[in-house]
Ligand binder design. Sequence first.
Ligand code: AHR
Length: 666
Amino acid sequence: MKIVQTLFPSRGALLSLCVWIAIPIHSAEPTKLTVRLDQPGARLNPAMWGIFFEDINFGADGGLYAELVKNGGFEFPEALMGWTKVWPNGAEGTLEVLSDSPANDANPHYLRLHSNGTGPFGVSNEGFRGIGVRANDSYEFSARIRGGPDVPPLDVQLVSPEGKVVASTRLDSSSTTWTTRTATLNPTATEPKANLVLSLVTKGTLELDLVSLFPKHTWKDRPHGLRADMVQMLADLHPGFMRFPGGCIVEGSQLDRRYQWKKTIGPVEERKLLINRWNYEFKHRPAPDYYQSFGLGFFEFFQLCEDIGAQPLPILNCGMACQFNTAQLVPLDQLEPYIQDMLDLVEFANGPVSSSWGAKRAAMGHPEPFHLKLLGVGNEQWGPQYIERYARFAKAIKARYPDIQLISSAGPSPADDRFNFLWPKLRELNADIVDEHCYDKPNWFFSNAHRYDHYSRTGPKVFMGEYAAQSDRVVSIENKNNWQCALAEAAYMTGLERNGDVVRMASYAPLFAHADAWQWKPDLIWADNLQVYGTPNYYVQQLFSRNHGDMLAAAVLEQARSTSSGQQETLYVSAVRDETAGELILKLVNAAAEPQALDIQIQGAKKVGPSIKTILLTSPRLDDVNSFDQPRKVAPRELSRQIASPEFRETLPPSSFTLLRIAVSL
Ligand code: AHR
């Protein structure tokens, strides 16, 4: 049988139908793909492929935010969490956490360290599952210290788990008032799991607060900045947008634990700690030491977006706590402060320096606006409670900022009663962009590659805001970022792209995971204290976002395969044009275990070729994964060749994603 699939309809058609026509043919015949460049399709959103950042899996503290000391301000409810007493030679002393006459009224706790002088006595900080340091790199230590003229200096050391001192310095403690002391540490050895040891070698008492250790080299070498290697992974994706700060942490398991952006800006030492919901959400991976310091706060998020060329997409709480947890609701007549938070955020991002929130942005060093155009109202909400709240937010925001595009929620599932209730209501409300989420087996992604072919071309657009194929059940600790999942996502993404007139944005979730401190698998990028690697899924995302094209190209697929009912489709295609580069980009996914020959014919161009670049992503086994030891086991390979005519054959390897960039002149 031959199946004919029109990959998008002719210009002006209302429905992006995929037409399948079964024609009997010889089964060995190669599949034919005809691309019609004389039939341009919809313009694509250049910012379609983005990233979703949430502080889950130690994505911010212990991850992107480069601070290496955990609980350096002694503000955790268990005030010495992360710290242990050290007295190697049996010295005696005391540790007390106090808050009278603090260094900082906003975060008042500090440590009083007293040694009786019979040997070194002090405290050791374990960092975030250890402190990763590299030989020959520099690390900036700082602390507020209050001592006195007779107080001995404070010894600062980085010590390996085996007790080897890899860096040390000594700090003056003679001031009787809170004084910031700094020192540079230059480790003599690379150590992924060092401890930071602070001790008095002779008798004395001193007080310590805001203990901090940062790599000197951060992203753009900003003081108190972000981990350069992790940001580089984001920059390398060329993301069109970045959604932040989540995810469920936007909602909070209860309202008083929701994310409040205003508490995350201004001087870092004044930002107040909040327990992270992923601290206690899962019994299978509790993380009792997981808190949000907000060192990476909203100003830094906006700055990061600007640095990596991503449009900022903040999501704010809409008066609803997580409906999987307490589902607390703010009464409708008390929503005003929540709405005001959103209005103020637009002013913080875009307002002139003369405005009250614009002035705060300028005071933080960014008088220019951040060009905010997208704003999310609530995360994964559902029910009539969401609709009535969304309507109020939308009315207030559109009245003041009609050009801001609002993202609304379609709930946690891509097809259930909650979803079916929300979509028509949001359509009635003339919502801008609806956020759909899906975590499911690879098969769901393969068989939903045509999902959006059937969506209405009018009304709200779609943001596929969270998705990831799961090799096991959702939130199972057995889930893997394997090649099969990545291939399924690639197939699905051809469907998102072919429907780029309706699906305007998409992002994989979650983004980061710390190898020793994760709660949720799978994740796009894995890091430990010193290294980072991209999963096969990462490379799929990268191939789409770095080859997004400007407009759809018409394509017809005549597929030689059996049509027996229930058989899984094996070939997934999308065709787009990159006008600037003068190239046709074909994305071709072969989900079959055999190679598939594809006879490609490009019509409607004055000239095709001769140059053609092939980028191939494949792996011998579907359960292949990347790792710290083999970070590019599944990674793209590139080759260039020449074609002599607009008709040529491309043989797609088994279980592969092939991307072709073909020079075309129209
Ligand atoms: O991505 C992990 C979680 O999945 C997000 O926080 C939430 O929005 C979804 O349920």
